[in-house]
Design a protein. Structure first.
Length: 450
């Protein structure tokens, strides 16, 4: 046996041995696995011997691993030690880059949502923008993690992205200076005395603590009459934080359940009685950029009749990724389960349908309505899981014809939390949410979790 083949088989035995039992449980014979591995090793040997140029074996194997994971679903990926470190920094509260959530759509690097207040946000990058080049290098052959690594970099350094948008005749270049992206996930403002606006932009390690601090501060100031919880363009984050945020507003019942192949993935997360905020009405605002953790929160509050969900249909990411460490600091981001709302429904590829469908009709500074692009949702990603609980049907009533995927682009980001009056004038979703909230607070009884 050629040396590289033996080395590769040894590597796979070291890394994959915990999976052997699982595969056997699925009635996949060990001999079939080793036959496929031998085929792979033979191909690698032939490439090393006959390819026109000398190859980097590590690079080729990494490419094979990425291809293997890419054949599963859009969210599973191999992480180099550098990628793994970046992930730890991001979930801890900050990273250095331009501040944009990206994904692959039909093999094209595509913006899901910019993080508010970041260079990408200030430059006007929108959901659905196709990133054709990074610093002149075509993104078509990049993996998602490679693209993330190229967008990030040292603070103060420039990066140029070439963006295509459907309504543009030609792609445009955007040059941005990388900066530390502090993921301040909770902001708030007073709409009127007793009525608060709370924006949760993502779910990171400090989100629950920051939200509780905000609520205690509001309650100390005066009685809370109602809250608008804004989850628009919130791409998700840590599952446990999303669960704890929902728990703040519920005092009993299931928040979310997860189901996977292994017993440890069969989990049910429930609300806890105690320090919950359930004595005032709520309106939760969502859109096509609301994904994963934000859909968990919206789904739980909707099913328990704790809040009115307002806006447009959410992204529809109903899968859970687990980070599995590998030798030498690398990692594997692997989809290990799907999550379900308290009613038992999966939102995979369908999303959360609002109780009140309110497409965005924001006007800009010139008094013009922005032109619509295309919002990327889970159902648009190649290889996405179908929704087995609904037959993968699209949600009805999620938007008006022609608006399903393109109604969120004009969302006015929160750059100055004090200018609430100006935002209410420009943001019809927020304005409608506030009007609805006030009507709920004046009703015969306030909504409580059941």
């Amino acid at each position: 046996m050629h040396y590289p083949m033996k080395r590769f088989l040894l590597l796979l035995l070291i890394v994959c041995c915990p999976l052997t039992t699982v595969l056997a449980d699925d009635k996949i014979q060990d001999r079939e696995i080793y036959r496929d591995l031998e085929t792979f090793a033979n191909v690698l040997t032939l490439i090393q011997q006959y390819y026109v140029d000398e190859i980097n074996s590590s690079k080729v194997i990494s490419g094979a691993i990425n291809g293997m994971l890419g054949s599963l679903d859009p969210h599973s990926a191999y992480m180099t030690p550098e990628d793994f470190k970046d992930l730890e920094e991001e979930t801890s509260g900050s990273f250095t880059g331009i501040g944009i959530e990206i994904s692959m759509r039909d093999g094209i690097l595509t913006a899901v949502a910019p993080i508010e207040g970041t260079p990408a946000d200030r430059q006007g990058i929108k959901s659905g923008d196709q990133i054709i080049r990074i610093n002149g290098e075509l993104t078509k052959t990049m993996t998602l993690m490679e693209a993330v690594r190229k967008l990030r970099g040292a603070k103060g350094t420039p990066v140029t992205i070439t963006v295509h948008r459907p309504e543009w005749k030609e792609p445009r270049d955007f040059t941005m200076i990388r900066e530390a992206i502090p993921l301040v996930s909770v902001r708030h403002a007073e709409l009127e005395p007793g009525f608060a606006y709370i924006r949760v932009s993502n779910f990171q390690a400090t989100t629950t603590r920051d939200l509780r601090t905000t609520l205690k501060s509001l309650k100390k100031k005066q009685r809370i009459l109602g809250i608008v919880l804004d989850l628009r363009n919130n791409p998700g984050g840590l599952l446990d934080q999303a669960v704890k945020v929902a728990d703040i507003f519920l005092d009993r019942g299931v928040i979310v359940s997860t189901r996977g192949r292994n017993r440890e993935e069969q989990l049910v997360f429930e609300a806890h009685p105690g320090e919950s905020y359930t004595d005032f009405p709520m309106v939760v605002v969502v859109n096509g950029g609301s994904a994963s953790g934000s859909e968990i929160v919206a789904g739980a509050l909707q099913d328990h009749k704790r809040a009115i969900i307002l806006g447009t249909t959410t992204f529809g990411k109903g899968s859970v990724q687990t980070i599995l460490p590998l030798p030498e600091g690398a990692g594997l981001r692997l989809t290990t389960a799907k999550y379900y709302t308290p009613s038992g429904d999966s939102i995979q590829a369908t999303g959360i349908k609002p109780d009140m469908v309110v497409p965005l009709t924001t006007v800009n500074e010139a008094g013009e309505r922005p032109r619509n692009g295309q919002t990327v949702r889970e159902k648009d990603l190649p290889g996405h899981f179908e929704n087995e609980t609904t037959g993968a049907k699209q949600p009805e009533g999620g938007s008006e014809p022609g608006e399903r995927d393109n109604q969120e682009e004009g969302f006015q980001k929160v750059e100055d939390i004090r200018q609430i009056t100006k935002r209410l004038e420009k943001d019809n979703q927020l304005r409608t949410a506030f009007i609805t909230l006030k009507s709920l607070s004046q009703g015969p009884g306030q909504r409580r979790s059941r």
